[in-house]
Design a binder for this molecule. Structure first.
Ligand code: GAR
Length: 191
């Protein structure tokens, strides 16, 4: 059965692109029903539109009501009745209203070997800690910060000459494969 997926993004959207490419090449039986971003200018939205995918901005305005924003996000996503929500470089925590509706079928891609280095600066934190191996993880989102059940994970070596950017780019190569695999292996109804 073709899975209906809504993808949440904030930035460039190379993970999203990997998923779109895998679907278009027939290696994943899914459809990206919509892409939703908290950033109106996210290049990821343009990527979606180029592939004929509905792209929606739902920005959070500084000083705004976070719970309301979260409930609105749940409404926007809910309109597409997704089997799976994939957070792919979405830089906002999903709140209670969203998880009440989509908890158990929302996955997130994270640039570290969780439970090490949760949060928004995982590659920088790995470099600062001096670890020789970090990686990427796709997990099921729960109310914690990057604490949900791990689905797939791959290690990435840290090189002596790495900067945050070179390390993150190498991790993202692995993340793209992991996200595609997680969507491919997801069974509708799974949680
Ligand atoms: C990815 O590394 C993703 O794991 C990270 O943002 C990048 C998005 O790349 N997300 C987080 O760190 C969330 N905590 P992209 O915009 O090129 O797809």
């Amino acid at each position: 059965m073709t899975k209906e997926v809504v993808v949440l993004v904030s930035g460039t959207g190379t993970l999203l692109q990997a998923l779109i490419d895998a679907i278009e090449s027939g290696s994943v039986d899914a459809r990206v029903a919509a892409v939703v971003s908290d950033q109106s200018g996210a290049p990821a939205l343009e990527r979606a539109r180029r592939h004929g995918i509905e792209a929606i901005a739902h920005p959070f305005r500084k000083g705004g009501d976070r719970a309301l924003w979260d409930a609105e996000l749940a409404e926007i996503v809910g309109a597409f009745e997704p089997d799976l929500v994939a957070s792919a470089g979405f830089m906002k925590l999903l709140g209670g209203a969203f998880l009440a509706r989509f908890g158990g079928h929302t996955i997130n891609s994270h640039p570290s070997l969780l439970p090490s280095f949760p949060g928004m600066r995982a590659p920088a934190d790995a470099l600062a800690a001096g670890v020789k191996v970090t990686g990427a993880t796709v997990f099921i989102v729960d109310p914690g910060i990057d604490t949900g059940r791990i689905l797939v994970q791959t290690a990435v070596d840290v090189h002596d000459e790495d900067t945050v950017q070179t390390l993150h780019e190498r991790i993202k190569i692995v993340e793209r494969e992991l996200l595609v695999r997680a969507v491919r292996e997801w069974e509708p109804g799974e949680s």
